[in-house]
Design a protein around this ligand. Structure first.
Ligand code: HEC
Length: 397
């Protein structure tokens, strides 16, 4: 009799928990998989995000803040307007994932049954792409304990083995508690417009840059690299040495990747201007296929948009970044590479806020123009491209 009683009450408990389970998402079953997949690359000890979100205890106090950031889509960081183009490195949460988190917080952010937890992701320490074939070491940077973020520009001319071609590049700051982004430019002999290139970028949470199969780059000896760094002091004085790992391709390089930096260097943004506009047009000189795009401005940058006008007059927006943020230097990799026939024009449209309303503006009282310092401005798009494959060799391997 007693046993029967226990069993029937168990049955009731079971029914109750099953039904509330269906309605209420729990941390263990529903939320942890999203955080493990989309957040903890940055939100864990030793990475730049301000707090770790690896378990329930760490996550619970942030529940409301997490709801706010995922609802307005400010986390994970991503800036392309989804109305234009799809990108293979888009980390955005799906509507379902956002709904799950919103619902979870609304219901009191319950933990649920720890047995439902997915396996913690394995974090690869060291080089994520494996041991590089060659390593370029940047000069050491001293980061003070406190104060504003610092943006040093480091210049150096490394030895390059020109007989090799590069199929992947990984940039690794040694001190990821404070390193926020790295953009590595390569200087040529005759200034920016014709002969300035980008080697790679790193921002918190980004993967190594692996070119699609059969594609790669040749690097020339004797070019000066300019590394534009961004560090965020975190309470103790420290140092960083950033390293660039090069991975050589084997056999023949089928499609050579080139980088084009297209934009204006002669412009002035008047003091106090809230919505200063700059435009630049890149005339496409031969049939090319774009594999990545990278918008670049500094602290006054507001928005940037790339639009192609095809030779027949048809227009298409390739990338629109309506709320540019200098803190996040991101490449955008179109899911399908973009063919641009000779005679196409790509227009670059940028706006700047040089007023006091822009909280990032270091000085609203001065006119500002082109320059390397983060307190100067820049205006360009970087495009990585190959010669357009012939129809029969398109997407061969
Ligand atoms: C690419 C790295 C990265 C990823 C991925 C990322 N975050 Fe963040 N997160 C940051 C950084 C850095 C900050 C600090 C503020 C800033 O710089 O924008 C932050 C701030 C936050 C904050 C605000 C903290 C505060 O101090 O108020 C919340 C909440 C948050 N992230 C939640 C998330 C969630 C949830 C995800 C996944 C859906 C996520 N983040 C993915 C890097 C990241």
């Amino acid at each position: 009799m007693y046993l029967l009683k226990i069993m029937s009450s168990l049955a009731i408990v079971l029914v109750v928990s099953v039904s509330s389970f269906a309605d209420t998402p729990t941390y263990s079953k529903d939320v942890a998989p999203i955080l493990y997949d989309k957040c903890v690359t940055c939100h864990r000890e030793g990475e730049i995000a301000p707090m770790s979100l690896l378990n329930y205890e760490e996550t619970r106090p942030w529940a409301k803040s997490i709801r706010r950031h995922v609802s307005k889509r400010s986390m994970p960081p991503w800036f392309a307007d989804p109305a234009h183009g799809t990108f293979s490195n888009d980390p955005t949460l799906s509507e379902d994932e956002i709904d799950t988190i919103v619902q979870w917080v609304k219901e009191g952010a319950p933990e649920g049954d720890a047995a439902d937890l997915p396996k913690l992701p394995e974090f690869i320490e060291g080089w994520q792409h494996g041991v590089p074939d060659a390593i370029i070491e940047l000069p050491e940077v001293n980061i003070p304990a406190d104060g504003d973020d610092i943006f040093p520009n480091l210049m150096f001319t490394p030895e390059i083995d020109e007989s090799q071609w590069v199929e992947a590049i990984e940039i690794r700051p040694s001190n990821r508690d404070v390193a926020h982004h790295v953009v590595i430019f390569m200087n040529g002999s005759n200034g920016m417009q014709d002969d300035f290139d980008i080697l790679g970028t790193w921002a918190v949470g980004t993967a190594p840059n692996e070119y699609p199969k059969g594609m790669g780059r040749r690097l020339k000896n004797g070019r000066t690299l300019i590394a534009n760094m961004h560090y965020h002091p975190n309470g103790k004085a420290t140092t960083d040495i950033t390293r660039i790992g090069l991975y050589y391709g084997k056999g023949e390089l089928k499609h050579e990747v080139n980088g084009a930096i297209k934009g204006d260097t002669r412009f002035t943004i008047p003091a106090g201007a809230e919505n200063h506009e700059e435009r630049y047009t890149w005339y496409i000189p031969k049939d090319v296929q774009i594999i990545s795009m990278f918008p670049h401005m500094h602290l006054r940058g507001k928005d940037m948009r790339f639009t192609v006008t095809y030779p027949d007059g048809e227009q298409k927006v390739l990338l629109d970044v309506p709320e540019y943020d200098f803190d996040w230097q991101l490449f955008y990799y179109p899911e399908q590479p973009i063919n641009l026939p000779k005679g196409s024009k790509v227009s670059i449209l940028a706006h700047y806020d040089n007023s006091a309303k822009n909280p990032a503006n270091p000085n609203p009282d001065i006119d500002v123009g082109y320059g390397n310092a983060s307190t100067d401005e820049m205006m360009f798009g970087i495009f990585e491209f190959i010669d357009m494959p012939k129809p029969d060799e398109a997407q061969t391997d």
